[in-house]
Structure formats: structure tokens, C-alpha cells
Design a protein around this ligand. Structure first.
Ligand SMILES: Cc1ncc(COP(=O)(O)O)c(C=O)c1O
Length: 401
């Protein structure tokens, strides 16, 4: 007999991005040549400086507990980075390092939310935001955006959405899954609204270095008032291809960091000592050629999608995802080579078929609050992208109404 799980555990859905990844890996394990466009991690190597710093930490026996909020050298280096790259001034005491930005975000929600508190969430959103908010007894409130608004919220929409129950706004620029970015002017316009409302701002800037023309601008830069109630979230996973090392961080006013640090001290104690040293080694090694490579891949994928009838896709300004709208194919019938017919009712079904029939793995938009879209990652080689797009173009010729 299994005793009942907690209400929290029962309410939580597994990460859809990780579950499509698991299905993909299972197919690959059977020997099938799958083009995996579902991954949310760069295909580049972790910089050698980071790996060597990690190895040096192990050999030097730097393998013990550290300060709950992370070693001071790393927090100091992050403060320098925030100043140089982002024009943000933070002291090391205003920075907390965690086991990935995912933990950073959870620390924030647990620290600020009381039951029923609402968090405004521009939609489409990254899959873990609503789940984490709910885990902390908060209520995610969608702020819908579409291709026609460049997947961005407007100041008017924000003003109208804020109520006495609103505790925070989440901004993710560049965005996962849409790649949308707010220009400095657009960020200033949102900031003007926020000046008049006492709410927190969670600014997830993890894709900040992967931008293709639009300048990244942190909302914490807009004014002192906003900086005081903004949590700037960032990490090493995407910029330095260090997803497995699990290092993320938050910069915020000291009382907020102190509260998160207390919470962290009772959950994970501290981020891995070895990974912290590796992160220290990584800072300053970002190779701008990465951006050029991603830009070329983005242009290729967007160009290929434009040639598939019925698919529309905006040109993302950052991150490494495209988010095409495939609603034209919902309600249509797919006929396989052996004449089996399947009526497609949802993007989930479409992605499943794309995987099993054409061996291309993509993530359905449903988990991102966008059931008419799918997410393709271009964090894979051009060779794989060529193969994947060829297969996709062939796949969509099998549909009829
Ligand atoms: C928007 C966004 N924020 C945060 C994260 C978490 O990154 P990590 O926990 O690897 O630092 C991810 C990872 O996919 C992401 O896409």
C-alpha cells in the first residue's frame, strides 16, 4: 500500500522539457538517429579555465561546506561582472550563489510569497515559473502576449493587471521560450508603471549574453527605487555551457539576500564548493564568437521555417530558441508513409508524432502556456540543424485538411 503524497507533491507536474528529453533519449538508446531540438543547454564545451579551476579545487581538497550564500571571492567577482557588463552596483553581501538559477528562483518565491499572493507572469513563460510559484502557495497570473506584440507585455497591460493581491512581476528578457527581448526604452516604460506600485520584480537574465542585436538592459538599472525591490537572477549554465555544474545567483537588497541565505542554509547548505571555484574560473571567459555562431543558426532555422506552409515564426532577439506557431496544422490529418491517418488535435500530439515518425524532438508549447506553438532549440550543430529542418519540412507535407 502506498500512503498518500502531500498536496504539494500531488499538484506538481514533471518538467515537460525534461520529459521530452527523456523520451528522446529512450528512442536514441534503441539506436534511432534522433535530431534533438528539445534541449535547453548550449552544445559548446565548458571553458577549460572553469574545468581546470574545478579540478584544482578537488586536488586542493576545497571540498567542504562553504558560506551558505557562496564563497566571498565568487560573490566579489560576480559583483564586478554586474558592474562591468550590466551597469549594476551590488556589494558581495547583496549576492547569493545557489545550486543553479532554478534554485535561485525557488529561494525567491519561498522568501516573498504568502498563501494566495499573486505573481504576474508574462505568457509564454518558462515551464518552471508557475510550478515553483504554486509550490510556494502563490498564484501565477498570466499576462498573455502573442506574436503580434513581439511576445512582450505593454505598460498599459501591466498597469491594468496589478491588484492589491499582486506580490511580484516576473520578467525574463531574453525569454525562454520565445527569445523576445525588451529594448532599454521598453524596459524604462515598464519601470515607470512599477515605480507607482509596491511590488517585487524578479528579473531572470540568464540568457543575457546571448543576444543578436538588441541591447540587454536590466530593469534594476532603471531607478534606485526599483533596484531596491528587484531580484536580478543569473547563472553560469547558459553563458558558459555549465548546466551540469549547477551554479546560479541572485543580486538583491541585503535583507532579501539574508532571508534567502537563511532558507538556503537549511535546504542545500551551500552550492558545491568545487562548482563555485569552476564558476570563478569561468567569469570573464565568454567568447563572443558564440553569439555569432548562434545568430547564424537562428537565421538558418527561421529561414527554413518560413518555407513551411502555414507556419509563422517571429525572429527571436536572444536566447537559443525559436517558437513557431503551428496552429494551422491543428485539426488536420497526418498520413504516414504506410497510409496510417492521424487527426492532430494538439501540439503535444503533433510533437509526439514528429518524434516518432520523423525523429525530430521538439517541445510542445503547452507547458509554456502556449498551446499553439512548439519550441525548437538551435543549441546544436549546423549539421544537426540541416538534418532536422529537412526532416521537418518533409513531415509537414504529410498533412491534409
Ligand atoms: C529562463 C530560465 N531561467 C532559469 C533557468 C535555470 O537555469 P539553471 O538552473 O541551469 O541555472 C533556465 C534553464 O533552462 C531558464 O531557461
Amino acid at each position: 500500500m502506498t500512503l498518500p503524497l502531500s498536496r504539494r507533491a500531488q499538484g506538481i507536474a514533471p518538467s515537460p522539457t525534461l520529459s521530452i528529453d527523456a523520451k528522446t533519449k529512450a528512442l536514441i538508446a534503441t539506436g534511432i538517429d534522433v535530431v534533438n531540438l528539445s534541449v535547453g543547454e548550449p552544445d559548446f564545451r565548458t571553458p577549460d579555465q572553469a574545468s581546470l579551476a574545478g579540478i584544482a579545487a578537488i586536488t586542493a581538497n576545497f571540498t567542504k561546506y562553504t558560506d551558505a550564500s557562496g564563497i566571498v571571492e565568487l560573490r566579489r567577482a560576480i559583483a564586478e561582472k554586474l558592474l562591468t557588463d550590466n551597469g549594476l552596483t551590488y556589494k558581495p553581501e547583496e549576492i547569493i550563489v545557489s545550486t543553479g538559477a532554478k534554485q535561485s528562483l525557488y529561494n525567491i518565491f519561498v522568501t516573498i510569497l504568502n498563501p494566495g499572493d499573486e505573481v504576474l507572469l508574462p505568457t509564454p513563460y518558462w515551464v518552471s515559473y508557475p510550478e515553483q510559484i504554486r509550490l510556494c502557495d502563490g498564484v501565477p497570473v498570466d499576462l498573455p502576449t502573442t506574436e503580434s506584440t513581439g511576445f512582450k507585455i505593454t505598460p498599459q497591460q501591466l498597469e491594468a493587471a496589478i491588484t492589491p493581491k499582486t506580490k511580484a512581476l516576473l520578467i525574463n528578457s531574453p525569454s525562454n521560450p520565445t527569445g523576445a527581448m525588451y529594448t532599454p526604452q521598453e524596459m524604462q516604460a515598464l519601470a515607470q508603471v512599477l515605480e507607482n506600485h509596491e511590488i517585487y520584480i524578479i528579473s531572470d537574465e540568464i540568457y543575457e549574453r546571448l543576444t543578436y542585436g538588441c541591447e540587454h538592459y536590466s530593469i534594476a538599472r532603471c531607478s534606485e527605487t526599483l533596484r531596491a525591490r528587484t531580484f536580478v537572477v543569473n547563472g553560469f549554465s547558459k553563458t558558459f555551457a555549465m548546466t551540469g555544474w549547477r551554479v546560479g545567483y541572485v543580486a538583491a537588497a541585503q535583507p532579501l539576500v539574508k532571508a534567502m541565505s537563511s532558507f538556503q542554509s537549511h535546504t542545500t547548505s551551500n552550492p558545491s564548493s568545487i562548482s563555485q571555484k569552476a564558476a570563478l574560473g569561468a567569469l570573464g571567459t565568454f567568447d563572443p564568437r558564440t553569439v555569432e555562431e548562434f545568430r547564424a543558426r537562428r537565421d538558418y532555422v527561421v529561414g527554413q521555417l518560413a518555407e513551411i506552409p502555414g507556419i509563422t515564426c517571429s525572429n527571436p532577439e536572444g536566447a537559443f530558441y525559436v517558437f513557431p506557431n503551428i496552429s494551422h496544422y491543428l485539426g488536420q490529418t497526418y498520413t504516414s508513409d504506410d497510409k496510417k491517418r492521424t487527426r492532430i488535435e494538439s501540439v503535444d500530439q503533433l510533437c509526439e508524432l514528429l518524434l516518432t515518425e520523423s525523429h525530430v524532438s521538439a517541445v510542445p508549447g503547452t507547458g509554456f502556456g502556449a498551446p499553439r506553438n512548439m519550441r525548437l532549440s538551435y543549441a546544436t550543430s549546423m549539421t544537426q540543424l540541416h538534418k532536422g529542418m529537412e526532416r521537418m519540412r518533409a513531415f509537414f507535407t504529410h498533412f491534409s485538411s
